[in-house]
Write a protein of this length. Sequence first.
Length: 679
Amino acid sequence: MFMGVTMNHPKAVKNLRLRYIIGLSAIALLVTASFITMQNVVSKQRGFSSLVNLAGHQAGLSNRIAYFSSLMVTTDDETEFNMARAQVGKTINKMRSAHKILRNGDLEKGIPAVTTDNLQIIFEDPSVGLDKALTRFLVDEYQIIGRAAIMKIERLETIIWATTIIMLLLEAGFIFYPLERHIRETIDSLQTSVASLNNIRKRLISAQKLARVGDWEFRPADGKVTWSDQIYDICGVDKKQFSVSDDSSLQLVHPDDRNALKTALQLVLTEIKPATMEYRIIRPDGQECMIFQQATVREDDGRKVLSGTVQDITDRKKSENRIRQLALYDVLTGLVNRRLLGDRLRQAIAGSRRNQKYGAVLMLDLDHFKSLNDTAGHDIGDALLIAVAQRLNACIRQTDTAARLGGDEFVVLLEWLDGQHDISTKKAVDIAEKIRVSLSRPYVLGKEKHMCHSSASIGVALFKGHSQSASELLKRADVAMYEAKDLGRNRVCLFNKKRQAIVNHATAMAYDLKKALADEAFSLYLQPQVLRSGSICSAEALLRWLPEGKAPVSPGVFIPIAEETGLILPLGEWVLETACRHLKKLSQCQGLPPDFSLAVNISARQFADDHFLEKVNTIITESRVDPRQLKFELTETCLLHDLDKGRATLKVLQEKGIHIELDDFGTGYSSLNMLKNLP
């Protein structure tokens, strides 16, 4: 703050300095003039004093002349007469000398030359002057002159004093008061600066405490090390008891990190450039902390000095590790997630290319996991997934990787199997069988010790070199896994090209299905139901796919694919809308019985859709058909998934007037008892 004042007001400072110099110069001149004047006054006072004394002396000489002159007149003794005459002569000579000095002055003796009308009479008219001299006029006159001179001197002294006072007042008003004001402002500014610096220091200390940052300095010349208070807190040592030195500081560093730290600091000293480093310390209480240190470009009196900051980044490192864990590992099971698996799989493919050894990807899916989740709850389902992850890790080698892709789908990456295909295949299948058997053992889950059984379908795909990409290998393992499911689950299947061709065909058909749905390439055929009398009583809507320029596709082929891909939902909605439009037109035709009805097949996935009833209601309302002329044909699998929900849905449909027909009854797990409980 003080530097800011001097830097921001140079003109004011120059003006103040000029006033100060002028004031001091005026005081010096005034003091010098006063000194010279006083010296002159004292000299004049001394001269006039000598003048008065000389006049008094002359008066005494006059008395002496008178005395000895009278003695000469009155004495009869010749000796006495001669002595008196001699004294008169001597005295007259002295008086002449005194008169000369009184009249002309004597610079050597400091006696001024004074001439007045009265003194002129004494000096120029001997008769009158002698008479006046004899009556002490001379002395009185010189005393009057001396007093007058002294009064002048006193007036001069008064004038000098008054001038001095005025000058001092002027200097006080124009120089010293502004100077004092500026000094006061400067002091206030300095106090403000000091208070601000103290405040900044307090905030800095608070910030260091919050950020767990401390600063340090090391002087290699004398080995002196200084720490800020925060470093003591970071290191967990008592400031009063811990003696800071180069050695004691290094002893706090983790033994494995000491050499690296010493090397880094030495480079800072030799290369004179800043550096950063991370290392561990071990506090006296045994706690391990991670430290980030900055060390620094400087010299003090030609000697190198190291300084820098120390920050406790233990919490930050934990957060970073946690973030890394969340980004690369599955939160529930702790296994590698899809992202990290992709990286490791690409590395495994590259390693296989270099070492010419086979690797394998195992894709596994838990059988009937959704049913367990729905019946036992998600907590039990999560506990099962955690147990599966633990068993997977127990079945594989340290060089292998177990990952969870999501849900109940897991992947195991096997590396360094063998250079020969047959041996590698056997090793991969053996590990897969080991996993299958392990996952088939009973599980005791949760706090309530819930007993459950599970199994896994596992697909195996081998790789060597760069013939397949990571995504392609996962697809192959997935194909093999679905073959295991199709063959009855709880088994291991190797990838084969025949199965891949089937999958490719199904994938292509799924694409064509989606395109056909968008292009409205499907047709709805109505198959009549005829009474024995030959009259039509009802009809069934049958979906047909007749691709342009291609052979018709059987519903037995494309319906399962639509079920599997989820296309059955928009396809079933289209069928219901189209059937209602046909029903509306048929209801206007003559020759059909008034109770004519049209049956529409409803898939299990449609029936389980949460928006099924809403969609049905919308279609019936928009098409303006009589719901009593509609029949929904359901398979028993529509009801087995969730019997309570199915019963509630059937009740709503019944209330609308829609008829329900159960198709393929008895081919699954249906029973007459279940049938009795349905509306």
